[in-house]
Design a protein. Structure first.
Length: 195
């Protein structure tokens, strides 16, 4: 029986982007089934951007996190430009789930991350998301109906399942019920799989 590793990611998260390729390598290394799952991180609350007193501290935290992510990205040749605003990820996550119906989810993810972090893709622009689907090899003819119909309930189901597993941030690996949070925890995941 093939072991399964869930990887919960948000397509707006630079750390999720950094976790993706090392996670793919786990499949070849250990013969596991890697399942990428959407998790909608509440960035404003995670960065404590709520009240004016904490806004400056939260912005410092975001700037630091991007600087830190770039430390990991630079040796790998990955560009991480901070977005000009906090984007709503719902539309691109719906596109991800729609692409998964035809097995094109990884193609979409592989295209979305670098484009977003080079500021070449607006996750809230419907036409851009339809273009992303098409570039990933997906017939987008039914996407609007999916996004207006069953898609949001499917996306909410993933969020509920993540929370039931104890996921609170991204990227989070789940191996046999054990959580490993952070792209820099991949060696712990390897240890768990090897053990």
């Amino acid at each position: 029986m093939t072991r399964r590793v869930d990887l919960w990611i948000d397509l707006r998260s630079p750390y999720s982007f950094l976790a993706k390729d090392p996670a793919y390598a786990l499949e070849a290394e250990f013969g596991v089934e890697l399942v990428l799952r959407p998790f909608s991180l509440e960035i404003a609350s995670a960065a404590q951007l709520g009240d004016p007193a904490s806004l400056a501290r939260g912005m410092r935290k975001i700037k630091y996190l991007y600087a830190d992510a770039r430390r990991f990205a630079k040796p790998r040749g990955i560009t991480l430009l901070g977005p000009k605003k906090i984007f709503d990820q719902k539309l691109v996550h719906l596109a991800w789930l729609y692409a998964a119906r035809t097995g094109h989810d990884r193609a979409l993810i592989d295209l979305a991350f670098p484009r977003f972090f080079k500021r070449e893709l607006d996750y809230e622009d419907r036409a851009a998301i339809v273009g992303l689907l098409q570039d990933a090899g997906v017939d987008a003819a039914g996407f609007d109906a999916y996004a207006a119909g069953e898609g949001p309930a499917e996306l909410d189901g993933h969020q509920r399942e993540a929370e039931a597993q104890g996921v609170f941030a991204v990227p989070t690996f789940v191996v046999e019920g054990e959580l490993f949070w952070g792209q820099d925890r991949i060696d712990f995941v390897r240890g768990k799989l090897a053990g």
